[in-house]
Ligand binder design. Sequence first.
Ligand code: ZN
Length: 288
Amino acid sequence: MKIEYLITLFFLLAILPVSTVAQGFDNKPANGAGASRLRLSNSDEIGAEFDSVPCANSDRLNSVKALFERMGAADSEITIEKRKKVENLVIRKTGSQSDSGKIIIGAHFDKTEKGCGAVDNWSGVVTIAHVYRALREYLLNKTIIFVAFGDEEKGLNGSREMSDGIEKNSRQEYCAMINIDSLGMGAVQVADNLSSRKLVDLSKSVAADLKIPFNHSNIAGGDADSTSFLNKGVASVTIHGLTNEWPLILHTQKDTAAKVNATAVYLGYRLVLEMLMRIDSSPCSAFR
Ligand SMILES: [Zn+2]
């Protein structure tokens, strides 16, 4: 999460305490046909990713690469795309219908100087890596672009470089962009003001269907990588898990693994996985 000015996140609805997060959650696998090929992670596996959060920015990119390799990515599938000194780690999973469009799922891997950046945003990186593992051997229609963005905290630099690289006449190939930033403090939420309306609606309906506690929020003064793609006319959404205590945690020494609730991250993971699968099975125009 990029913070432009402080104490500016307010929620349209009250935040659910984390203790209520898991109650009533529907643990059925997503979608019908082919669901057996999904490799779903559980909350213990998600939680284990926070046993060793890389606290130094200089270790971060290598750690993201190692994480994706543990999730089954071959070295040859992982590319580091460098533009204007910003490095994004990218994995492209080609869809079965090459003309049915592309979906980007991303999270920034960089952190500010203070703390370990466990909430902001190792939580997001862990989420997209486990979504990658879930779908690695699952046949999808659309091409999925998994990306760990660099230098978000310096001004959304990685996401801007990627979105700037999309030619104007190929923008219509991009069906949606799902951004995950700062899960794990509390219930899963969508950042309404950093997101497209139809993807906000999708996140809400998926949460209801999976019985995941969920809220809308409005992040004035905060920004996130979805903005870079919204600026190019690509339908985009940011999912987070912050509470009203976030100014005391993010970008401070207190952003450590101790602040991350594994169940809350797990529920965010299930939400975005199901969102991605529903976008995949819909016409590209459905969420614009
Ligand atoms: Zn941040």
